[in-house]
Design a protein around this ligand. Structure first.
Ligand code: F0G
Length: 470
């Protein structure tokens, strides 16, 4: 079957304005070629992120109306706690306002300066929260993830051999906990196998380390295990998810992804002493533990979202839309990162635009062109985001890859919208040789991608060999 069957009908619609190429060119210039600086109302198809951008169901909106706004002990909290306990099995459930709040609180109570925290790959905010405490965030990306085009199924895995070698060499007491991110956002949203989850749990526990999941996309990881691993094909999805959670001692969840809500997060722990410290810091910085910085209605919507997200029809639709987009781009000759993920499709802009050197930001050039041609907003994950100028030499340091991420908000866009994205790509790919690179005219000392100003450059030839690789 070629048609993506969205397993929902549309009850409320959010119109967007249809703009022209000229209008969008004007908006892009006014935004200094930085798509973060656009007004969202000037975007038609917004694939910037899948975080907090999903559509809630009628049942979730109904839950919003019945949310209990009592300051302490609200009914909505106990409802959420019951759903999360059933899903994860963890003893202590703390709502927080979003994923990074869970990270900040957990690391504050467990990590001290000079320590190191391992992970398959830390998401930006996870890394930043660890580094902010004067500790190191260490990644153990699986070797199979390094090649963007091979079809290895579990590119999100953690390299356990490298981790074991590293753990054996660490001074006693210098590693306070171990983390594993499912799915692995930093390597293209690739899943982690159950085998790897078990091996990582075993290794952390052998070293006496508490093991925490960064489980923002736990449902998508469970779906891949269910789809690809014969051991789990007959097992219902809630049981697959529970088996992943059972291996760990707690989790951090940005509920803006698989919680199917626009705001919210969770921090879950088994250890009573850790929970006590979390509770104290939560009260200080987020709110009373039965609301954690959220409204009662947010808790109620999240409880309902967690009941819905493991529906196989929904996850099947999600896979079908991502595969539909990725395989059509592939057919056009667009270099797509493989295997195709669920939450996003990644395009290798450096391979698509070889005439634009990495210092001239091929990912950003492609993202800008997709916006001008089709009103499609994507995000560069490459040299604009991870590159910088070397403070000693002043030379540009480029990222390992220049990718463009097309993220799929949950339950928001239909197959026609995705067809529009494909047609936009066809247009842009057809005249890719005409695309020009960009130069940065203004940048902040860190996280420059969010605020940098850029302008197109005339030359497309490499700017020389004076480039360092980051
Ligand atoms: N962990 C992972 C794996 C994430 O992808 C994110 C957010 C977070 C933690 C932080 O959660 O935003 O609720 O504070 N990822 C978004 C993205 C922003 O676009 O991939 P948050």
């Amino acid at each position: 079957m070629k048609t993506v069957l969205e397993p929902f009908r549309i009850k409320a619609v959010e119109p967007f304005r249809i703009t022209t190429v000229d209008e969008r060119q004007h908006h892009l210039t006014a935004a200094h070629h930085n798509l973060f600086l656009l007004r969202a109302e000037d975007v038609m198809i917004d694939l910037l992120t899948d975080s907090g951008t999903g559509a809630m169901s009628a049942q979730q909106w109904a839950a919003i109306m019945t949310g209990d706004e009592s300051y302490a002990g609200c009914k909505s909290f106990f409802e959420l706690e019951a759903v999360v306990r059933e899903l994860t099995g963890y003893r202590h459930v703390f709502p927080v306002h979003q994923g990074r709040a869970a990270e900040r609180i957990l690391f504050n109570v467990m990590v001290t300066p000079g320590q190191s925290v391992p992970n398959n790959a830390h998401f930006d905010t996870t890394r930043a929260n660890i580094e902010y405490l004067g500790a190191a965030a260490v990644d153990f990306v699986a070797p199979q993830a390094k090649d963007l085009r091979t079809l290895a199924p579990w590119k999100g895995d953690l390299d356990v051999v490298a981790l074991e070698r590293w753990l054996a060499a660490q001074p006693k007491g210098s590693v306070p906990l171990g983390v594993l991110t499912i799915t692995n956002n930093r390597v293209g949203g690739q899943p982690v196998s159950m085998q790897n989850l078990r091996a990582v749990a075993d290794l952390y526990h052998r070293y006496g380390l508490p093991f925490f999941l960064d489980a923002a996309r736990f449902a998508e990881n469970a779906w891949w295990i269910h789809r690809l691993d014969p051991e789990w094909q007959q097992v219902p999805l809630p049981k697959v998810a529970r088996a992943m959670f059972d291996l760990a001692d707690g989790c951090m969840i940005s509920a803006k992804k698989d919680g199917l809500v626009n705001i919210g997060g969770l921090l879950c722990v088994n250890d009573d002493a850790v929970a006590q410290k979390v509770r104290n810091l939560l009260i200080l910085t987020e709110g009373f533990p039965t609301y954690g910085g959220l409204a009662g209605r947010d808790l109620a919507a999240l409880a309902q979202g967690l009941r819905e997200v493991l529906d196989p029809d929904y996850l099947h639709y999600r896979e079908a839309s991502a595969q539909y987009l990725a395989s059509h781009l592939d057919q056009l000759g667009v270099p797509v990162v493989r295997p195709f993920g669920l939450h996003a499709v990644y395009v290798d802009a450096r391979a698509m635009l070889p005439h634009i050197p990495p210092t001239r930001l091929p990912g950003q050039a492609l993202a800008c062109e997709l916006y001008v041609q089709g009103g499609v907003r994507s995000v560069e994950i490459g040299t604009l985001m991870f590159g910088h100028d070397d403070p000693k030499t002043g030379l540009p340091v480029v990222a390992d890859n220049d990718l463009v991420r097309l993220c799929l908000p949950r339950r928001v866009y239909t197959q026609s919208h995705i067809d529009w994205v494909i047609e936009t790509f066809a247009e842009v790919h057809g005249r890719r040789h005409d695309l020009r690179g960009l130069e940065i005219t203004q940048q902040a000392p860190f996280l420059r991608a969010f605020t940098a100003h850029m302008r197109p450059v005339a030359e497309t030839a490499p700017v020389g060999d004076l480039v360092q690789r980051g």
